[in-house]
Design a protein around this ligand. Structure first.
Ligand code: FAD
Length: 402
């Protein structure tokens, strides 16, 4: 069935209706561009995610985040490692926990409200960049656009077709489930340290097995993420976290469906082609320490939309799409690279030193704790943390040896 406005030429076609695609469609429509978004599922679709939205992402939203979709304000975190638990309290909230169903539906609604045409159950099958436009074949029929924004997540086929396969070895895999608790799980997220690359004597960019509990109003999202780890080990870790949550808050019967999804750990080198820009997870924009991707999905989606508006409204040539790459590089990718540099040191230090002593010492390093808070709020970036960690690293390391 043809749902699109076949025969007409859109200014921008967005493929994928997650946060990156929805915000791109919202901004394009708001900037006066004739915009259509194709989503292969129906939003809200199931999405495996812990739902943590840092203050920096919320600050960058071009609209309010309604209280009705906030499950919890995050006012601290706890590091758990075996029987050890160290709590960090924040003076103010640094972010929110949301359910992705609510958040994704909200942004799609905003895009529709701004004037974008939203086609659901519409999968992009094939794209071809011809001389003056992009031809897109989809399950909703043929769609033509002057520019394309690819927001299909890390497993999408269009980025693969345009700029090549995303390397499987650069992906972690996450599993998560929403549970209902008997008691209020508070307003701290819990990070469960499980494994470090040290165990495998590797000094590479890696995502050692970690787990979490993100509190909801009447329950929590619990999950595990890691790279190069067996399914059994992931399941066993999830069971361990489930037990800890049961002990602390009590667990009710009836979990939601357990979901799994890959997580890109390295940014793609090429983020645009002649008429296309790649945003969010499809571009590999995820923080390699925290697994946080929504801030970058929202930021890259907005940058792509602004670049599209400059090309179309201000009649800049197609070569202007390279500006999208450089905008991503100077903001998002600089941030990711700093985290990527810190990641093996952090994971290695945690494996070599006495982990409990390390977190006690880190807790005392007021400057580093403050930068982490400021990163979450969007007042500092990972590069600042890198710069401030280097001189403190020897002290932290030697004072944390067992
Ligand atoms: C276990 C886990 C936990 C996470 N926790 C957090 C967290 O707490 N905080 C955080 O910030 N990030 C988290 N992330 C990362 C976050 O989920 C992603 O970074 C974010 O969803 C990226 O948004 P996106 O719009 O780029 O892609 P997605 O959200 O993946 O959306 C892509 C959309 O494209 C659609 N699509 C795919 N192919 C096609 C096609 N051919 N045609 C049309 N539509 C298509 C899909 O159906 C999907 O709706 C987590 C990820 C995992 C796996």
């Amino acid at each position: 069935m043809i749902q699109g406005n076949q025969g007409s030429m859109y200014d921008v076609v967005v493929s994928g209706g997650g946060p990156a695609g929805a915000i791109a469609a919202y901004e394009c429509a708001r900037l006066g561009l004739d915009t259509v978004l194709l989503e292969k599922d129906v939003i809200p679709r199931k999405k495996c995610c812990a739902g943590g939205l840092l203050g920096r992402a919320v600050r960058s939203l071009p609209f309010e985040l309604p209280a009705s979709i906030v499950q919890k304000e995050i006012k601290g975190f706890a590091i758990e490692f075996g029987s050890y638990r160290k709590e960090f309290d924040f003076p103010n909230a640094v972010g929110y926990v949301l359910r992705r169903d609510d958040f994704d539906s909200y942004i799609i609604g905003k895009a529709r409200g701004a004037g974008a045409l939203i086609l659901q159950n519409a999968r992009t099958l094939h794209v071809e960049e011809v001389s003056d436009h992009v031809k897109l074949d989809s399950t909703a029929g043929r769609i033509d656009g002057r520019l394309l924004i690819v927001a299909e997540g890390v497993t999408g086929s269009t980025a693969r077709f345009l700029v090549g396969q995303y390397p499987r070895t650069s992906m972690a895999v996450g599993r998560a489930v929403n549970v209902t608790t008997e008691r209020d799980p508070g307003d701290k997220i819990a990070i469960h340290l499980v494994d470090t690359p040290t165990k495998r004597l590797r000094m590479k960019k890696d995502f050692p097995l970690n787990g979490w509990m993100f509190p909801h109003r009447r329950g929590a999202n619990i999950g595990v993420v890691g790279s190069g780890v067996s399914k059994n080990r992931i399941e066993a870790t999830l069971s361990m976290i489930r037990e800890k949550v049961r002990e602390r808050y009590g667990l009710m019967e009836g979990e939601e469906d357990l979901m799994a999804h890959p997580l890109p750990l390295v940014a793609r080198k090429v983020l645009h082609t002649r008429r296309s820009m790649i945003v969010g997870d499809a571009a590999g924009l995820v923080n390699p320490i925290t697994g946080e991707g929504m801030s970058y999905a929202l930021a890259s989606g907005r940058m792509a939309a602004h670049t599209a508006a400059e090309v179309i409204n201000e009649e800049k040539g197609l070569e202007h799409l390279a500006v999208y790459d450089s905008r991503c590089k100077t903001s998002i990718i600089r941030d990711i690279k700093a985290a990527m540099f810190l990641s093996p040191f952090l994971h290695r230090i945690v494996g070599v030193v006495d982990t409990r002593r390390f977190f006690d010492n880190f807790h005392r390093e007021g400057v580093l704790v403050r930068v982490c808070l400021d990163i979450a709020r969007g007042e500092e970036d990972w590069h600042s943390l890198l710069i401030k960690t280097i001189p403190r690293f020897p002290r932290l390391f030697f004072s944390s040896l067992g």
